[in-house]
Design a protein around this ligand. Structure first.
Ligand code: ADP
Ligand code: MG
Length: 668
């Protein structure tokens, strides 16, 4: 791993946006953009919580196997520095087999980081006794160090200026074996990968492998640890530092006991505890000399472990290993070894790197909250579904670009419901438009057909009429033939009218637009309608500008047809209203009756030529077809609203004809 490299990356195909990683990230380092959870390197403290909690294994940790492979293949001697939590990972193996497997991989030395923990513990004991007035935060956990540097920069001076056991071990080994020695840390922690490339530390440790990676590496190399020749660790041999990975380990090793009454030392582990402890430490509520914090519930719960064994099983594995080994070596030799490294440089320097989220102004906050549909305090549900503890924290994260509005579940559900309603409405509109289109298409093809027939029939009909009239002229008065010839002429005439109607419907005739006075036109149209006594006729003129450019004769025909139909639909009397309205662009003619109405299944057919529900001889089924054709020729449209069911309200029909005041593209 290199400086600046992303420690944890998301595999997009696996991420399902459950926001669990957001929720469990103490640094709030997970940004949701475009529906993807992405770890922001500058904010990440390497605690590995997101890796642990992701059920879909969508979080990938930067790999170090290649680095180690290169080191082992190179000319330098390489030491494996094994973290003291290893008994909790390799539950199925003796320590001898673990060491044997590492030697089989090619490590020249296999040593215990627990010895570094001993050195570090001693340094802590000195630090505290030398500076009785000072308050320290232990720096053994790299995630805690990162957290303080990034999110509690004011507390950086409180970070104990001591390296971690990993670094202490590496420095001790290089002191003993020479600076050419390359040290590879092997442990349960992914944050160590970042620590290994820190300024002032890079060079001490060359690479940090997790136990997970070690197992993979062994498998790839075809090494089966249980078959390996058992071997013992190379020194220096540790003492109680081996207890370090279970919480309170360091304190115990340093002979510092966690004693809340004496207020000297407090240990806290796990994400929630460590953040609370830091809060209290900062605020002075927690007045202790040394605060030892681990971001996991002890290193044995690190994100680089493969074991699924529960916490206490892991703790026992470590403590029984320590118990079993404590007698090696003799107290004499241990003292000598501690002396050997008494003056080893264990200084560490920490620097603030403020990455706290910028706070929105009160006005910005209100604006964001409103976008989330939160207008009053009771709208702030703090349900936590977004991964943030409160709606306000979510709003701050939105402000800094770390979160999205859509993460608010109640708000998103609300929005979804609204969208669904909108979709339903537009679906209904689409359905009716589709129906209208189908109708228009059907009418158009009928138009073509009827135009064809009408055209063909028109000429022979003319001939029939001509000859019938000629015969009629020639037949002497009183001839019995006259009556028959009269009949032929009459019926042929009727046929001609029908054919003419069909041609109109097919829009084969021409529109001759003239400037006309619409009210006058209505008047003339209604004159042609004989209303029976029971039908009351009224006209409402609501046109500001009564003039329009229309084919007057044709529009009169439309109005007459509609009015005749209306009257015929009111055999028992009723009311016929003709309303004219309009704006600058178009005029609307409304013909309203209180008649029988048109049943729903019939409405679709009424514009078809020759469709009629009236008795033979009474209806031709051409009125509406012709009217439709005329209106279309005027680039207008006809709508019909009707109710034929008395249970749904008063019956009746309204035809609405909308016409542009002038031909399109020409001034009115
Ligand atoms: P026709 O009047 O010769 O039957 P139309 O094309 O004018 O032919 O009308 C077609 C059909 O539409 C009518 O037979 C009638 O069933 C129905 N219709 C038209 N207008 C009305 C109306 N105002 N009220 C009830 N039904 C109507
Ligand atoms: Mg009619």
């Amino acid at each position: 791993m290199d400086i600046g490299q992303q420690l944890v990356a998301t595999i997009p195909e696996r991420c399902r946006l459950c926001y669990t990683c957001v929720r469990d990230c103490p640094a709030k380092a997970i940004r949701i953009t475009g529906g993807q959870a992405e770890v922001v390197a500058e904010r990440c403290i390497g605690c590995g919580n997101c890796v642990k909690v992701c059920r879909r294994n969508a979080k990938q940790v930067a790999g170090s196997i290649d680095d180690v492979r290169r080191l082992l293949a190179g000319p330098r001697p390489v030491a494996a520095a094994v973290a003291p939590s290893f008994p909790a990972e390799f539950l199925e193996l003796t320590h001898g087999r673990v060491v044997g497997a590492l030697r089989a991989l090619g490590f020249d030395l296999v040593c215990e980081v627990a010895f570094g923990a001993d050195l570090v513990a001693r340094r802590y004991a000195e630090l505290i006794s030398r500076h009785p007035g000072r308050r320290y935060i232990a720096t053994t956990c790299p995630a805690i160090v990162s957290y303080v540097e990034k999110f509690e920069p004011e507390l950086v001076p409180n970070l104990a200026p001591v390296v971690s056991p990993m670094v202490a071990t590496a420095r001790a080994l290089r002191r003993r074996h020479g600076d050419d020695l390359a040290v590879v840390f092997i442990g349960p922690c992914i944050a160590k990968k970042v620590e290994a490339v820190r300024e002032g530390i890079a060079g001490d440790v060359e690479a940090a492998l997790t136990f997970t990676e070690l197992r993979r590496y062994l498998a790839e190399a075809g090494i089966e640890p249980s078959q390996c020749e058992p071997s013992d660790f190379d020194g220096p041999a540790p003492g109680l530092g081996a207890l370090f990975p279970i919480s309170r380990g360091l304190l115990q090793a340093a002979g510092l006991t966690e004693d809340l009454l004496s207020n000297e030392v407090v240990a806290g582990t796990g994400p929630d505890t460590f953040m609370e402890a830091i809060d209290e430490f900062r605020d002075g509520v927690l007045d202790v000399q040394l605060l030892e914090l681990l971001s996991c519930k002890g290193c044995i719960m690190g994100a680089g472990m493969t074991t699924t064994a529960p916490l206490f099983r892991r703790r026992t594995a470590v403590s029984s290993y320590v118990r079993e080994r404590l007698w090696v070596p003799s107290g004499e030799r241990r003292r000598a070894e501690l002396e050997e490294f008494a003056h080893l440089d264990l200084m560490a320097v920490y620097a603030p790197h403020d990455t706290r989220m910028s706070q929105p102004s009160p006005r910005e906050l209100v604006a964001i909250m409103e976008r989330l549909g939160k207008f009053a305090p009771e709208d702030e549900l703090d349900c936590g579904a977004c991964g943030y503890r409160t709606c306000r924290e979510h709003a701050v994260a939105i402000h800094t670009g770390m979160a999205e509005n859509e993460m608010c579940l109640p708000h998103t559900i609300e929005r979804l419901k609204e969208s669904l309603d909108e979709i339903n409405v537009s679906h209904r509109e689409l359905a009716s438009t589709q129906q209208a289109l189908i109708n228009a298409e059907k009418l158009a093809s009928m138009g073509q057909l009827s135009a064809g027939i009408a055209h063909e029939v028109n000429n022979p009909l003319g001939v029939v009429l001509l000859y019938a009239n000629m015969l009629l002229d020639e037949a002497p008065p009183g001839s019995p033939l006259r009556e028959d010839l009269q009949m032929i002429v009459e019926q042929a005439d009727r046929c001609k009218k029908v054919v003419g109607g069909l041609l109109n419907f097919a829009r084969k005739s021409k529109v001759v637009r003239r400037r006309i006075h619409v009210p006058e036109l209505v008047d003339r149209a209604l004159k042609a309608v004989i209303a029976p006594p029971g039908v009351e006729v009224s006209v409402e003129l609501r046109l500001d500008d009564p003039y329009a450019e229309l084919d007057g004769d044709q529009i009169i025909q439309v109005l007459t047809n509609l009015a005749v139909n209306a009257v015929e639909a009111m055999p028992n009397g009723g009311r016929l209203r003709v309303v004219t309205e309009g704006d600058a662009e178009r005029i609307t003619l409304r013909v309203v009756d209180t008649g029988t109405g048109i049943p729903r299944d019939i409405v679709k057919k009424i514009f078809e030529p020759l469709f009629t529900t009236k008795q033979i001889g009474k209806g031709t089924g051409l009125g509406l077809a012709v009217s439709y054709g005329i209106v279309k020729m005027h680039q207008g449209q006809v709508q019909v609203f009707s109710n034929a069911d008395p249970r749904e309200g008063p019956t009746g029909t309204t035809f609405v004809v909308t016409l542009p005041r002038a031909a399109k593209g020409e001034p009115a």
